[in-house]
Design a protein around this ligand. Structure first.
Ligand code: GLU
Length: 378
């Protein structure tokens, strides 16, 4: 991949990994931070809107509190995040301030992007900040996040925010310069991939082991982020942030992988559905239903072969093909128990089975997103 001008992108989200910003012994890497703020200043003065998703709260809190490398209990890492976040936000505000840029801190919990009302609320605040020409500096609210209710990695958080805000580019900066045919640390013959048209199962296999606690923040979560971003029409770049001015480096021709946005991006309300991080259940459908979905129809109970998960009406569920591939997702019109009872039944039978008059569709087409671009699942 040769140099890429970032000028054509009007709204850019940049995710910055902890190791880029924080040195375990020396603390905040001020020179690096300033070079990053210089990059942002340049883009902003050229008219782009930039959103920063900055990790580093826990790492910085650790160094400030002198906690060393010891494993932290949940409440200790929450406390470290509290100490680190205040310093991190201050440092961003100062570094961006040197370019006459104002900044505003946004701390999100999982529910803020997964629940529709809170999603709209977060979006309104961030868009107001952008209108006021302040750079949103975003992180997970680690001080209250617990294992069950957290993003856990800022890659997916950044993708969720980028698509929520309709960014046209998401840049993930970390210690790896892009995607390889296999994890380069394990395979010396791994080849670099400069461009990805579509995240297929073959591309996903290149990330190595399936999602696990250990691969958190690794290539696996970056591809998950890529699926969320590209499905909504946001291009994504993975590149190394370890050098100074990493955005300038993209424009100077340093290595990166570019993931192209889907040619059929989902829009508006459906962006929120497509990017949901954890569908609450799965509906496996028959081939007739697959065809109907592909031609834009609703999912009827008759086409549903199996129901899994303990979901409530209105939750997001994944729709699987008979082969088990996720082909769509949508907001289900029934609780799991009722969905089980009407699966495979004709529409005219539903009222008799359930004992009440109900919706004819299991998922109405207005609440349904079909994956044209390998957007989600495998
Ligand atoms: N939110 C975490 C922090 O600021 C980082 C999560 C991540 O790096 O993916 O410390």
């Amino acid at each position: 991949m040769s140099a890429l001008s970032l000028k054509k992108y009007r709204r850019i989200a940049v995710k910055i990994g902890s190791a880029l910003l924080v040195d375990r012994t020396a603390g905040l890497k001020r020179e690096w931070l300033q070079s990053m703020a210089d990059d942002i200043g340049r883009l902003a003065h050229d008219g782009a809107e930039v959103l920063v998703v900055s990790s580093g709260a826990i790492a910085l809190g650790r160094t400030i509190l002198g906690l060393g490398r010891k494993a932290l209990k949940l409440e200790e890492s929450q406390a470290a995040a509290a100490v680190g976040q205040i310093a991190l936000a201050g440092a961003w505000s100062e570094a961006l301030g040197r370019h006459e840029l104002k900044s505003g801190q946004i701390l999100l919990t999982l529910g803020d992007t997964e629940e529709r009302r809170r999603y709209l609320n977060a979006r309104a605040t961030i868009s107001t900040l952008l209108k006021m020409q302040a750079v949103p500096v975003i992180n997970e609210n680690d001080t209250v996040a617990t294992t069950e209710i957290r993003y856990g990695d800022n890659d997916r958080l950044a993708a969720r925010v980028a698509t929520m805000m309709g960014a046209d580019l998401l840049v993930l900066l970390s210690d790896i310069d892009g995607l390889y045919t296999a994890p380069p640390a394990r395979d010396p013959n791994a080849e670099f991939i400069p461009m990805v048209d579509r995240i297929t199962p073959e591309i996903e296999a290149m990330a190595g082991a399936a999602a696990s606690e250990l691969s958190r923040g690794g290539m696996r979560t970056k591809l998950d982020a890529g699926k969320i971003a590209t499905a909504a029409g946001t291009a994504m770049i993975i590149t190394a942030g370890t050098r100074l001015s990493p955005l300038g480096a993209i424009e100077r021709g340093e290595r990166f992988t570019l993931f192209k946005p889907s040619p059929h991006p989902v829009k508006g309300y459906k962006t929120w559905i497509a990017g949901q991080l954890e569908p609450a259940g799965r509906l496996t459908v028959d081939t007739g239903a697959v065809k109907a979905l592909m031609s834009g129809k609703s999912l009827l109970p008759a086409g549903v072969k199996a129901v899994a998960g303990n979901f409530a009406r209105g939750d997001t569920v994944a729709i699987l093909s008979p082969e088990g591939f996720e082909i769509a997702r949508g907001l289900v019109a029934y609780d799991a128990a009722d969905a089980v009872r009407i699966a495979g039944r004709k529409t005219v039978e539903i009222e008799t089975v359930l004992g009440y008059e109900a919706r004819s569709a299991m998922i109405h087409r207005d609440d349904l997103v079909v994956s044209h671009a390998g957007a989600f699942g495998d």
